[in-house]
Design a protein around this ligand. Structure first.
Ligand code: GDP
Ligand code: IMO
Ligand code: MG
Length: 420
């Protein structure tokens, strides 16, 4: 049996915290897509750590953590992260497994990502520059090197062949930077990875399932960044939605049970692209400041706005969300009024769907307003004790989305969560 935790917005919904919270109920925690563009923040014994490649179950004794075939893996980030985790007293070697089919992010992928972004004007994606797009391009273009290839004698030769191909592309962008230092750390990290538990991920996970183990699939990014269903072209390069679990781990759809959709009580986006409910005023600024909305991976300020019901409803549909987990509700503690977007006005007409090419149409968000609760909710542990204004807000979302908000996160700490 496989349950999924994934983001319903444009990423950074608090998936890391939520996976860490639920991890004790599972035997295996597995990443199924994305790469080091992800930044999942956890607080373990009051200490903050941001994970980019390692699943967020790593701090739980005895739990298996798997980096699935759908992930693109940067050996340099992995090595650095293993060091950080080890410094927190975790013997990652015991419980961390990597699928041999996961594609490697090469130094040239990072260079191409950078060169490609530099070549664009206002159409910049705002990529994290981690090489994600170029690595997935090599995968679907049937090039690329996979984790299993580390063990091949021809690994370096194959790398050199690809590097020559990539150099042509870099030349076409007139990219002049010397990447030899990146290559040096890459090969150093490749050596480090040779000791890892590299497994056939699909047999590994299906064997666990058939033995009755419980699997938690950890999504990265968010549904509105999905390469098919997100705000294309301002998206990432993988399927971030629940369907990505099947292709990214090698599990059949009927094995998936709960789909936990994580959404902030408001909305953020980092990088370029449409964001209908964005607040460019002092309320947006207040949310950014109170919520410390700065990217976990790049440190960039996150754009802030009201919760977008239209986009959330779409994300619930695409993912088959069974329960919603609302995070960062405490960030709204001081607001007089809150708003939920419950429609888009496009060319004078009210719509309740996400349009094709959101970036090419003028969307005026329609809102329903709610009174704020104006009190500190961060130490509340029971639903009954939450302010009535907050319950009104949540109940409206339940009705609008037709999927229940089952958990309300009211602080970054492991145990700051209220069950509805
Ligand atoms: P992820 O990428 O979805 O894992 O999210 P990030 O870690 O990038 O960003 C979420 C941020 O919000 C992190 O700094 C978390 O520690 C923090 N966070 C998560 N849940 C809550 C919450 O309920 N309240 C507050 N105040 N912070 C939270
Ligand atoms: P987590 O898992 C927020 C955004 C980037 C950019 C676009 C494409 O922490 O929620 P990419 O590097 O993937 O080519 O960038 O996607 N992006 C994220 N935004 N959270 C993330 O991950 C993101 N990963 C990528 O800002 O707009
Ligand atoms: Mg993040």
């Amino acid at each position: 049996m496989v349950d999924v935790i994934l983001g319903l917005q444009w990423g950074d919904e608090g998936k890391g915290k939520i996976v860490d919270y639920f991890a004790s109920n599972y035997d295996v925690i597995a990443r199924f897509q994305g790469g080091p563009n992800a930044g999942h923040t956890l607080y373990v014994d009051g200490k903050k750590i941001v994970l980019h490649q390692i699943p967020s179950g790593i701090f739980h004794e005895g739990k298996t953590n798997l980096i699935g075939n759908g992930v693109v893996l940067d050996p340099v980030t992995l090595k650095r992260e293993c060091g950080n985790v080890e410094a927190m007293g975790i013997d990652y070697k015991k419980n961390l497994y990597i699928s041999e089919r996961a594609h490697l992010i090469l130094p040239t992928h990072r260079a191409i990502d950078k060169a490609s972004e530099l070549s664009k004007g206002i159409e910049k994606i705002g990529s994290t520059l981690k090489g994600i797009g170029p690595a997935y391009m090599d995968k679907t273009g049937r090039n690329g090197l996979r984790v299993g290839n580390l063990l091949d004698k021809s690994f370096t030769t194959e790398y050199i062949k690809l590097r020559l191909k990539h150099q042509k592309l870099l030349d076409s962008f007139n990219f002049q930077e010397d990447i030899s230092a990146w290559e040096e750390e890459f090969f150093d990290a490749i050596d480090f990875m040779r000791d890892f538990k590299i497994v056939n991920g699909e047999y590994f996970i299906n064997d666990k399932i058939s033995k009755g183990n419980r699997i938690l699939a950890e999504g990265a990014q968010g549904s509105m960044l999905d390469v098919d269903f997100g705000t294309f072209p301002f998206v990432t390069s993988s399927n971030t939605i629940s369907a990505g679990v099947c292709t990214g781990l090698g599990v059949a759809p009927q094995k998936i049970k709960e789909v936990f959709g994580v959404s902030k009580a408001y909305c953020t986006r980092v990088g370029s692209g449409p964001f209908p409910t964005e607040l460019l005023d002092e309320t947006g600024e207040l949310i950014r400041k109170t919520g410390n909305e700065f990217g976990s991976t790049t440190g960039r300020p996150r754009r802030c706005g009201w919760i977008d019901g239209v986009a959330l409803q779409f994300a619930c549909m695409i993912n088959g969300v069974t329960q919603i987990i609302m995070t960062k509700s405490d960030i709204l503690d001081n607001l007089d009024t809150l708003k939920v977007c419950n429609g888009y006005k496009i060319n004078g007409e009210e719509k309740s769907y996400v349009p094709f090419q959101m970036n090419k149409v003028q969307i005026e968000p329609l809102y329903k307003s709610f009174d704020g609760w104006k009190q500190d909710i961060s130490s509340i542990g029971n639903y009954a004790d939450l302010p009535v204004q907050m319950k009104n807000y949540i109940e409206y979302l339940n009705g609008y989305l037709k999927v229940p908000v089952k958990y309300i996160s009211n602080g970054p700490g492991r145990d700051q969560i209220v069950v509805a």
